[in-house]
Design a protein around this ligand. Structure first.
Ligand code: AP5
Ligand code: MG
Length: 193
């Protein structure tokens, strides 16, 4: 199994690259942001609670996203592997993911981080905010709050995977195809191990 964590700040290109990776490798895409937006559009209690935090650019509680991921792992037992996009976002989530996978006799293959500077992130998200309908893309203050949450709570997750010798980072600025090529180069090396 190939279990990849695609990592990076808001707007780094995790979702964009995930779409290409699922096509090439037949992986299942698990984006906690997409799952939460699904709950919001269905009007569930979980969605209503999450929406308040997401609209402010704040993380939702660990227990909520860990529960969603656990359900999805159980529902997709026989796949070729997973791309985790936007999860884990705290060290507690990373520890919980390791435990969940271990209970299924599986493990994370590695993390690939997309590096993009704050000015470019803000530019990309404001551009998308013009027509995406995502409230958290529309306001520069909320975008900066999301980047701040990333730097304070999420960036330490990279050290968690560095400690396991499972961390790689690449330049996330360039064309979508150039970045995809770099990611595939890393995955190819893992597969040949
Ligand atoms: P989530 O949905 O995960 O959003 P995010 O991480 O803030 O960032 P994006 O999805 O906006 O960025 P991305 O890296 O996927 O980039 P994309 O490919 O879209 O989370 C939303 C919220 O949900 C969080 O704030 C939090 O509240 C909550 N949440 C989610 N997961 C959680 C968790 N685990 N724990 C707690 N809370 C959680 O690209 C962005 C734009 O750039 C697009 O318009 C794209 O077309 C463009 N683009 C992509 N690549 C390039 C390129 N190479 N050059 C130029 N433009 C590019
Ligand atoms: Mg995304």
């Amino acid at each position: 199994m190939l279990n990849l964590v695609l990592f990076g700040p808001p707007g780094a290109g995790k979702g964009t690259q995930s779409q290409k990776l699922i096509e090439k490798y037949g992986l299942i895409h698990l984006s906690t942001g997409d799952l939460l937006r699904g709950e919001i559009s269905q009007g569930t209690a979980l969605g209503l609670e999450a929406k308040k935090l997401m609209d402010e650019g704040l993380l939702v509680p660990d227990a909520v996203v860990i529960g969603m991921i656990s359900n999805k792992l159980d529902a997709n037992k026989d796949g070729k592997g997973f791309i985790f996009d936007g999860f884990p976002r705290t060290v507690a989530q990373a520890e919980a993911l390791d435990a969940l996978l271990e209970s299924k006799k599986s493990a994370i293959s590695g993390m690939i981080a997309l590096e993009v500077n704050d000015d470019e992130l803000e530019r990309r998200l404001l551009l998308r905010g013009k027509d995406s309908g995502r409230p958290d893309d529309a306001n520069p203050e909320v975008i900066r709050k999301r980047i701040h949450e990333y730097n304070s709570k999420t960036a330490p997750v990279a050290d968690f995977y560095k400690g396991q010798n499972k961390f790689k980072s690449i330049n996330g600025i360039g064309t979508v195809d150039e970045i995809f090529g770099a990611i595939c180069g890393i995955i190819g090396a893992w597969k040949n191990k």
